[in-house]
Design a protein around this ligand. Structure first.
Ligand SMILES: Cc1ncc(COP(=O)(O)O)c(C=O)c1O
Length: 374
């Protein structure tokens, strides 16, 4: 029997091949490979999707975070509060600016930053200049108390919305809630491009202008070769932007397909007491379907699925404060980060890519249930 992949990008391409090929051909005709009309179009489309005035296309989601922090003037001596439960880029972007990531544990129900605890720290730590919450797996938690504390103290909120394109939560749409929103178009993201790519969204005109300069070596158009800041070389490419615009046309239907997968899993696993199913409120971005496997059985379940050719993943095996590259460069609270540590031993993701067939989904379900019986 054919294995069930965790993701299959080729199927996504084939499902929309004509539109993607046409879009790519147009860019080849114009030879506008760095920024240009395709990027400008995508910037308008993402601004509309997010509900923001500005969207600035950059080289990757990682660069979106670095550029957002640089645009805010964050650097050595500053602290940025963030979650230890995310992809490495969330914290490395902070450290890359010279600032110090200060970790706040997660809420076990949402896998996102504990908002109340973060709000307390915004008020308690004088060196905090920004907060960087992550909408992990597509979940946008209620950031209300954190936004209030940040406003009180003049602290910026930078949303890491890399996994939450099109998502929303009680405070609004991902990328339009804080001062700046950062997106990734890495190919496996729900809106994935042809290579690395990212975007920063904001309603602040001055920040948008600074970002446009910082992504291009801190230049000040129209004065070419005049540089007023040390920026990056990080511009979104035309080919990727064109592919992304073409894929955006079927974004809603792709999200609906993901919704059908997660609902089927929820129903099929509702009686399994050794699993905790994810909360998936209205507006969830459905980037990952994340199970918690209790009783220390996560690794055994993963091996069981792999042995049957069922794709699955662990995002993430190691919390950020345990990453060797961040040793001595981050602050861990005295109380520890117990929930992030626990998540590392319990989470398991199942395939929910839009083109997964009902038959394949059924095989995933049968394999998980067979583990229960076994
Ligand atoms: C939560 C999170 N932040 C940041 C990034 C970085 O994005 P990129 O890989 O486009 O640099 C990613 C994706 O990989 C991510 O999942």
């Amino acid at each position: 029997m054919q294995p069930v992949p965790f993701v299959d990008l080729r199927r996504g391409y084939l499902a929309h091949r004509e539109a993607i090929d046409r879009a790519v051909a147009r860019v080849l005709e114009t030879q506008s490979f760095v920024l240009g009309p395709a990027v400008e179009r995508l910037e308008r489309e993402i601004a509309a999707l997010v509900g923001c005035e500005h969207a600035v296309g950059v080289g990757s989601g990682t660069d979106a975070l670095v550029l957002a922090l640089l645009a805010l003037g964050i650097g050595p001596g500053d602290e940025v509060l963030t979650t230890p439960w995310s992809f490495f880029a969330t914290a490395s972007a902070i450290a890359r600016t010279g600032a110090t990531p200060v970790f706040v544990d997660i809420d076990p129900a949402t896998f996102c930053l504990d908002v109340e605890r973060a709000a307390q720290l915004v008020r308690a730590r004088a060196r905090v200049r920004a907060v960087l919450p992550v909408h992990l797996y597509g979940r946008v938690p209620d950031l209300g108390p954190l936004l209030e504390a940040a406003r009180e103290r003049g602290v910026a909120v930078v949303e890491d919305a890399a996994q939450a394109i099109g998502a929303s939560g009680p405070p609004g749409r991902a990328g339009a809630i804080g001062t700046l929103g950062c997106f990734s178009f890495y190919p496996t993201k729900n809106l994935g491009g042809a290579g690395d790519g990212g975007m920063v969204t904001t309603n602040d005109d001055a920040l948008a202008e600074r970002l446009r300069s910082l992504r291009w070596h801190g230049t000040e158009p129209p004065r070419s070769y005049h540089h007023t800041a040390l920026g990056l070389c990080s511009r979104l490419g035309g080919l990727s932007a064109a592919v992304l615009s073409a894929k955006l046309e079927r974004f809603e239907s792709a999200q609906a397909a993901r919704r059908a997968h997660v609902e089927a899993y929820r129903e099929a696993f509702a009686d399994l007491r050794w699993l905790v199913l994810p909360e998936l409120p209205e507006g969830h971005g459905l980037h990952q379907f994340t199970l918690r496997v209790l009783e220390g059985r996560r690794d055994a379940l993963r091996e069981h699925l792999q042995a049957r050719g069922i794709g699955c993943a662990v995002f993430y095996p190691l919390p950020l404060h345990r990453q060797p590259a961040l040793a001595g460069r981050c602050v861990v609270p005295e109380s520890g980060l117990a929930e992030a540590e626990r998540a590392a031993g319990e989470v398991l993701q199942l395939p929910i890519f839009p083109e997964l067939t009902a038959d394949e989904r059924g095989r995933v379900i049968d394999a998980v249930r067979a583990f229960d019986a076994g």
